[in-house]
Design a protein. Sequence first.
Length: 225
Amino acid sequence: MPDDKDSQEKIEVLSRLRYHKVGLTERMKQAFLNVPREEFVLQKHRESAYIDTPLPILAGQTISAIHMVMIYISTHCTDPQIGDKVLEIGAGSGYNAAMFAEMVAPEGSENPGHVYAIEIVPKLVEFAKENIERTGYSDRVTIIGGDGGIGLPEYAPYEIVSIAAASKKIPPPLLEQVAIGGKMVLPVGKSFYQELILMTKEKDGSFSEKSLGGVAFVPLTGKYG
Ligand SMILES: C[S@@+](CC[C@H](N)C(=O)[O-])C[C@H]1O[C@@H](n2cnc3c(N)ncnc32)[C@H](O)[C@@H]1O
C-alpha cells in the first residue's frame, strides 16, 4: 500500500480523470492505489509516473495513459470480475496486466483469476517480467514472449481479451479464444487514429460490437499487423 502522501497524489489524479468519463468504481480506485505505476516506468520518468499521459518505455513503445488503462478495466468496457481469466496482447511495461490482476485476483480472493500477457519485443518481455516480479504480481500475472495476434490457445477460453496495439482488422485466432459471454477490446483503424471497439461473444458464438470512441495506439506487429 502506498503511504498517505502517495495516496493523496493518486486520488488527485483520479479526480481529474472525470473529464474522460472513465466511470470509476471503488474496485478500480483500489486497484489504482495498489499498483505502483512508478515501478513500471523508466527510472528517468519516475517523477512523471502520475501524469495522465503515455510515457516512453523501451524499443520506442509506451506505457498507456492512466485514463486509457482505467477505461479498459471499467464496467462499461471489459467489466472484469474476480475469477476471470484475462489475455492481454501487448504487455509493454506490465502495468495494465497488474491492474487487471487487481481486478480479477485481488489479494485474499477465494477464487482468483489470472492474467496472461503476451509481448512481442524481447527487451520488453524482460522489462515486464522484472516489473511484475519486483511488485509482487508473479502469482497472478504470467508474461509470455511471442506474437499476441496468435493468442494463447493453451489456456483459452478467456473471459477478457484486451489488446493494447492497433490493427486494421481483428486477428481471427483471438476471436476464437474469447469465452461465451466474454469480452474483447481493441483499437481498430489506421496509424495515429483508431476506434476503440468492445466486442461481446454471444451464446451462439457471434459477436455484438460497440464503439467506445477515438483513440491513438501504437500498431500491432507480427502476423496480423
Ligand atoms: C501501448 S503499448 C502497451 C502498454 C502496456 N499495456 C503497458 O501497460 O505498459 C503496446 C505494446 O504492444 C506490443 N505489441 C505490438 N504488437 C504485438 C504483438 N503482435 N504481440 C504482442 N505484443 C505486441 C508493443 O511492443 C507494445 O509493447
